[in-house]
Ligand binder design. Structure first.
Ligand SMILES: Cc1cc2nc3c(=O)[nH]c(=O)nc-3n(C[C@H](O)[C@H](O)[C@H](O)COP(=O)(O)O)c2cc1C
Length: 182
């Protein structure tokens, strides 16, 4: 059995009453159905009180999934603070997005985040799962009302993320990621 992939599943909203909980719970359930991943949750709410542990968990991760909403065509300040508080923890690792929001399903926030993560030497993969008008897509128990397409997209996202995670883990093991002093 190959070594499990340590996957950091990251909340993109820290708002009280956030819908993010519903989407993260859905994503975590889907990921647990794929035995090769070992999930650790990362919440921007933890940054103030538990920063060293957040840093440790990000540093140990082989791959990331960011679950992001969209506010005024962008991502949240809380997510940006979490991103900016770290640097080498992100480097030379793959990342995928699960997004949600109103009409755009969070995709404009995702496109902005791709620029941010490029600066941190993250490989942000193409595959994305997106929920437009997200609050209408889940029932009161947090279950997707029509799960088929999202589950299929998530399965492909995870398969591709796994490929990158294994490939880049081997690469980082064989040769340390090149850092050049500024
Ligand atoms: C001030 C504000 C701006 C928003 N802007 C957008 C937007 O630009 N695009 C979009 O798709 N949804 C937008 N939304 C909808 C949010 O993405 C949606 O409410 C989402 O659930 C917020 O995530 P959270 O509840 O986890 O914090 C906006 C919501 C608010 C309150």
């Amino acid at each position: 059995m190959p070594q499990k992939i340590k996957l950091a599943l990251i909340y993109g909203s820290a708002r009280e009453g956030r819908f993010c909980d519903t989407v993260v719970d859905w994503a975590a359930t889907e990921i647990r159905g794929h035995q090769q991943f070992d999930i650790r949750l990362i919440d921007p709410r933890e940054l103030a009180s538990n920063r060293a542990d957040v840093t440790r968990r990000l540093g140990e991760a082989d791959a990331f999934i960011v679950v992001t909403p969209e506010y005024n065509h962008g991502y949240t300040a809380d997510l940006k603070a979490l991103i900016d508080a770290h640097s080498k923890e992100w480097q030379a690792k793959p990342l995928a997005f699960v997004s949600y929001g109103g009409i755009s399903g969070g995709l404009r926030a995702v496109e902005q985040l791709r620029l941010v993560f490029a600066e941190l030497h993250v490989v942000a993969i193409r595959d994305t799962v997106s929920f437009a008008f997200a609050s209408r897509r889940f029932d009161a128990s947090g279950a997707l009302i029509e799960p088929r397409d999202a589950r299929k997209a998530m399965s492909l996202l995870l398969a591709r993320l796994q490929w990158w995670a294994i490939t880049l883990r081997e690469a980082r093991t064989n040769s340390p990621f090149l850092e050049v002093a500024a």
